[in-house]
Design a protein around this ligand. Structure first.
Ligand code: ZN
Length: 244
């Protein structure tokens, strides 16, 4: 089984289309939440995800607020302005569809579990070894895929817990070691924050037991122009250029 892994698309249609064009044909798509918020194309991105023939989709924190399930109280002013814009832009049908998305974690198959933030709390960020330890305790599968931080990250729990990448490069491949467990963020499609502005996504091959983190260039200028034309905060356009 070959899975395409996409997270934190954040209404960036240009980045999302570039990922879908670059990725090989997969059996199933895993969408790890935050489809909307920050970018200018929430409906087009949701429509694209709804059109997948085989996908498992969970909600992210921005999706919850955009769908009206939670107040924007915990958001900084940029995220709040973006989510208020998104609430007004979403069609009622897409808003209802987002509101019905399940929270993570979700067990995908015998190998994979997926969540937005962490397997113990959908809104918690996994940044460091301490966070990863908690995630490994909560995870019920050898591979736990997460998003939310927008930073590609691979933690491995074998003989000892270690951070194993990924470094910057066109792609990063991990073959899962026997008996080891992994907690992996394949990066953000629509708003990378690791200093690399290219869209990030993942591939998991369950037969080969490989996890790949890949990057693809997209038309950043087009996504930025749409954000500015929509009247969204200028910094949301600027940060796409630096990947921060
Ligand atoms: Zn996000």
């Amino acid at each position: 089984m070959q899975y395409l892994v996409v997270s934190d698309i954040h209404a960036n249609l240009e980045a999302f289309e570039a990922v879908l064009a670059a990725a090989p044909a997969c059996d199933h798509v895993l969408v790890l939440g935050d489809l909307v918020g920050y970018g200018a194309d929430p409906n087009a991105v949701v429509d694209r995800v709804r059109a997948f023939a085989a996908a498992t989709v969970i909600r992210g924190n921005h999706d919850k607020v955009a769908a009206g399930l939670e107040p924007a109280a915990g958001f900084n002013h940029l995220a709040r302005r973006a989510v208020e814009w998104t609430q007004a832009a979403l069609t009622p049908a897409n808003r209802d569809w987002i509101a019905a998305l399940p929270p993570g974690p979700v067990l995908v198959d015998e190998l994979i579990e997926m969540c937005h933030g962490s397997p113990f709390d959908e809104d918690v960020y996994l940044f460091d070894d301490m966070d990863a330890r908690q995630a490994f305790r909560a995870s019920r599968r050898p591979l736990c895929l997460f998003g939310h931080t927008h930073v590609p990250t691979v933690f491995m729990d074998g003989e000892a817990l270690k951070f194993v990448g990924p470094p910057h490069g066109p792609r990063y491949d991990v073959t899962m070691a026997d008996g080891a467990r992994y907690v992996v963020n394949c990066g953000a499609v629509g708003q990378p924050r690791d200093g690399d502005p290219r869209a990030a996504y993942g591939l998991v091959d369950t037969a080969a037991r490989t996890i790949s983190v890949l990057r693809v260039r997209y038309d950043v200028g087009a996504a930025q122009a749409k954000i500015l034309a929509a009247g969204l905060p200028e910094v949301l356009a600027q940060r796409l250029g630096t990947g921060r």
